[in-house]
Design a protein around this ligand. Structure first.
Ligand SMILES: [Zn+2]
Length: 595
């Protein structure tokens, strides 16, 4: 009898605590809510308790939750979507530099780009640079061409200037050449070219031949922001991601980004509960030849199974942890994605180096991702993985390829057999013209073969590869997969390789979550899923195709909290501090230049 009483008491106490956890604190009404849940594709309203969605349905059904201390958000018939999940963004590195950069992302004329250069050169103090670090291509401009070195010099004068164009080349103005002490005698780095004029003087053009090391390493010589500025810069960048509806990012590491030293800012923001994005991140081997040592050291330092999820933080913080290894596992496996140059042939030493690293990762149950642009490289990587799998079985280990633009059908089957996925990006939006002129129209029709991946049931996630190659705006990728077009308007994809708008959105939400098996709680608006969502400025399913790339959020909710608001929702959102230093281009132009 005593035992029964205790059990009853426990039931009452437990259900009491469940009830208090389920206390609704927000409802969204009058929405055109795209849930991406095939069982309940659209609803008018939903209710949020803490960091979870607890109910969806008609206005009438959700209105019953309205009461004291419940925030009512009127979506005013706008489209609501699950938060975007960018599965490939260099956000930690990007945040450290964001306030120092002039972004040409989204600009539509070269004339505007040059006038921004001119204005920014005038306000940039002595000792600092004007820098445009990727995120654009000449085809997005009405003029359909690159700036010339003369135009850049005229616009910028005595202010040192660095402009990165994809991972193919960089422009330095005369003041920049001088500031870096580059002369006719400066030797070319391996895989790179310092262009010289007939007199043997540097012209200002740095070319990846095909290695991007010359571009990366030059950029790393430019002055960094101070610690205080980097913290502000990271917050500004994340806020701009929130303004595009992004709530989760998988960070893909990066060159010149050392662990743990270069993670201090995001570490600190996470500790203070000020990291307004979910951020699992990957560790990227830094030095050619010592990759295995890097990974052995990190395997020792980091308990990969100890993920601090939102639940362990009682819903107060978003997750931030080492998710695995990559996207660079061994430098000899780096097949650079510069479609203007011939495909690089990987050295014969690659296989043994990669095998040693992957074997350790599998043994220690470390998930990994691997940069792989071309099918030829993918074949060789898969040979290595299949060999490792025979000796040390993968046994369900989470892994995926990044990019995979030209992956073949046969290799897709091999990826699936090994339990892998593919993270795809919007590279063709920026580089389709270059790809077509090198490989022909036919080769571009299925690049990347997104429909074949979907048909085969391979896990695929969408991403941007911002900020140095592509823009950080995920809507460019969604636009590319829906329209089959580049930013320059070239229709390169076959109609069989285009996807409908719902499928494209799924790739950039649920798909990314599925890459690392998080699709049981995010990527859809569904009962008990995480409350990550965005109210959009326009009607995603109804607007013209060309307008998709300029979609943004007017209200973004992450983990049940409003993190961004514009227009009528601005008052619901935390204030965004202005960028420091005060001359930061972000204060004058913002980040993505939408029209
Ligand atoms: Zn990559």
């Amino acid at each position: 009898m005593k035992r029964i009483k205790t059990t009853l008491f426990l039931i009452i106490v437990c259900s009491g605590s469940i009830f208090s956890q389920q206390k609704v604190d927000k409802v969204i009404l009058n929405g055109k809510i795209i849930t991406l849940n095939d069982q309940q594709p659209t609803v008018e309203a939903l209710a949020i308790a803490g960091n979870r969605i607890i109910e969806l349905g008609s206005n009438q059904r959700i209105k019953k939750y309205i009461g004291k201390n419940v925030q009512v958000i009127d979506a005013r018939e706008k489209t609501v979507i699950p938060g975007i999940y960018d599965s490939h963004l260099h956000v930690i590195r990007g945040g450290r530099f964001y306030n120092a950069e002039l972004r040409w992302d989204g600009l539509t004329t070269l004339a505007e780009a040059l006038s921004m250069l001119k204005e920014q050169a005038l306000r940039t103090p002595k000792g600092q640079w004007v820098r445009v670090v990727g995120g654009w291509s000449e085809f997005q401009f009405k003029e359909k061409r690159l700036p010339t070195l003369d135009e850049i010099n005229t616009a910028t004068g005595a202010t040192p200037t660095f402009i990165l164009h994809l991972y193919g080349q960089a422009f330095l103005n005369k003041a920049g050449i001088q500031a870096l002490s580059i002369t006719g005698d400066t030797p070319n780095p391996i895989g790179g070219l310092i262009q010289k004029n007939p007199n043997g003087e540097p012209t200002g053009l740095l070319i990846a031949e095909p290695s991007a090391f010359i571009l990366y390493s030059t950029l790393s010589k430019l002055p960094e922001l101070t610690m205080e500025e980097k913290i502000n810069s990271t917050k500004r960048f994340i806020s701009d991601l929130n303004s595009l509806g992004v709530t989760s990012v998988m960070d893909a590491g990066g060159g010149f980004q050392n662990f743990p030293d270069d993670y201090q800012i995001t570490d600190m923001l996470s500790k203070k509960g000020e990291l307004n994005i979910r951020l699992p991140y990957y560790l990227f081997a830094q030095k050619p030849g010592t990759e295995l040592e890097d990974y052995l050291k990190w395997i020792d330092m980091v308990d990969i199974s100890d993920h601090q999820t939102d639940d362990s933080f009682e819903g107060k913080k978003t997750e931030y942890h080492v998710q695995g290894a990559g996207e660079n596992l061994v430098a000899s496996g780096g097949d650079f994605e510069n479609f203007l140059k011939p495909r690089p042939e990987l050295p014969p030493a690659m296989e043994n180096q990669l095998k040693a690293v992957i074997t350790e990762l599998v043994k220690n149950r470390w998930p990994f991702r691997l940069h792989a642009t071309y099918d030829e490289s993918i074949s060789r990587f898969l040979n290595v993985m299949e060999q490792v799998n025979r000796e040390t079985p993968f046994n369900g280990l989470t892994w995926f390829f990044d990019h995979a633009e030209t992956v073949s059908d046969a290799n897709l089957d091999r990826i699936k057999a090994l339990g892998g996925g593919v993270a795809i990006q919007d590279r063709m939006a920026f580089q389709a013209e270059g790809f077509v002129s090198r490989y022909g129209k036919k080769a571009a029709l299925h690049t990347p073969p997104v429909r074949r991946m979907l048909e085969k049931g391979i896990r695929i996630g969408g991403g941007t590869d911002g900020t140095r190659v592509s823009s950080f705006n995920p809507w460019i990728g969604i636009y590319q997969f829906v329209s089959g077009k580049s930013l320059g308007g070239l229709k390169f994809a076959s109609s069989e390789n285009q996807v409908d708008r719902i499928s494209a959105l799924k790739i950039y939400t649920l798909g990314s979550a599925s890459l690392i098996h998080q699709d049981n709680e995010r990527g859809m608006l569904k009962k008990n899923f995480l409350a990550d969502l965005a109210i959009l400025n326009s009607d995603y399913l109804g607007i013209k195709e060309d307008e998709i790339k300029d979609i943004h959020s007017i209200l973004t909710i992450l983990n049940g909290k409003v993190v961004y608001g514009a227009q009528e929702y601005q008052k619901l959102a935390p204030k965004i501090p202005s960028a420091i230093p005060s001359w930061s281009p972000i204060n004058f132009y913002g980040g993505y230049q939408s029209h």
